[in-house]
Design a binder for this molecule. Sequence first.
Ligand code: NAD
Length: 359
Amino acid sequence: MAVKKKDSYFVTTLPGDGIGPEIMSATVKVCQAVAAKQGFKIEFKEALIGGAALDACNDPFPDETLKQMKSSDSVLLAAIGGPKWDANPRDKRPETGLLKMRKSLGLFANLRPATVLPQLADASTLKPEVVSGVDIMVVRELTGDVYFGEPKGITTKDGERFGYNNMCYKESEVKRIAKVAFDIARKRGKRVCSVDKANVLDVSQLWRDVVIETHKDYPDVELSHMYVDNAAMQLIRNPKQFDVMVTGNIFGDILSDEASMLVGSLGMLPSASVGDPSGPGVFEPIHGSAPDIAGTDKANPLATILSAAMMFRYDLDRPEAAQAIEDAVNKVLDDGVRTGDLGGKVGCKQMGEEVCKRI
Ligand SMILES: NC(=O)c1ccc[n+]([C@@H]2O[C@H](COP(=O)([O-])OP(=O)(O)OC[C@H]3O[C@@H](n4cnc5c(N)ncnc54)[C@H](O)[C@@H]3O)[C@@H](O)[C@H]2O)c1
């Protein structure tokens, strides 16, 4: 929790690129509606990240953005990236801004719920009887692993090009993410499945050993282990077996996207990136900037709106505001209101307004 419940909040918004500005605008209106209804104030101020920041100041994560984020109670991020910047050198790519943001704010834990709402059980490509009732929280480590390990690069070896990265974890990094997973499991189904590749990778063996040691402080939580290849299969075969899954950065990146497809659309899935409890978390949909539909009012804003609900719950000490948003989203779906990705015809702006009406 970044702050204790108060009467007035300051939140940084990072609309980013592609559909980002459209889904952010709908989400800000929903937050303002819930604040007005529940009698508190919330002020939003935009800052630059990703391609928008590259265009404005040739830096995907400008210092001013970091400064403003640090002075905020919380941060809402829409999405970054797009073909315009894909050919840029790595330090001038939008995604580099995202990694820099996570590292600078110490956001080491990414929480991605995959909950199948009964109204959308038939939106999944899997059979409704397999997915209905699925309620998984994927806890992904976010600031370590092969994405950040050194040394890395592309060089020449034995007369040909040679690319390399380094998969590594410190004991303390594994311990803190394991604690997050066990703490969350205590508030849910009290079961944690730790995913690794300990049969092959030394770094995974350390991961498994540290998770087992950390578990000693959580005797009320059941711990199991699964190899990542099996986990990928089990998520499709029988997803209801999982409560909390905890895993490293690269395995989590892939498995959480897989888990998202249980739900049917990327447009429904929120996430939270949290770390140092004295600083703000960053709340964002799991999808990208969807350049193929940017500017057409076709984007589904619900993942961002549900991310705002997570912000109220995890950062702003306003669980009743979170509940009001989640209830309104449920009512919208009950009433059959659907954007294109869910098989409907409602636009992004109208979807936001429909949620506001039900707050
Ligand atoms: N955290 C982030 O900001 C983030 C995450 C993933 C990808 N990206 C970036 O986004 C860009 C596009 O990547 P991509 O196409 O692989 O993934 P994407 O998530 O942007 O899009 C994948 C597909 O899902 C659809 N989609 C995504 N969100 C939607 C929504 N809210 N409503 C309706 N449809 C939606 C898109 O139209 C597209 O067909 C790339 O530059 C990538 O690097 C950013």
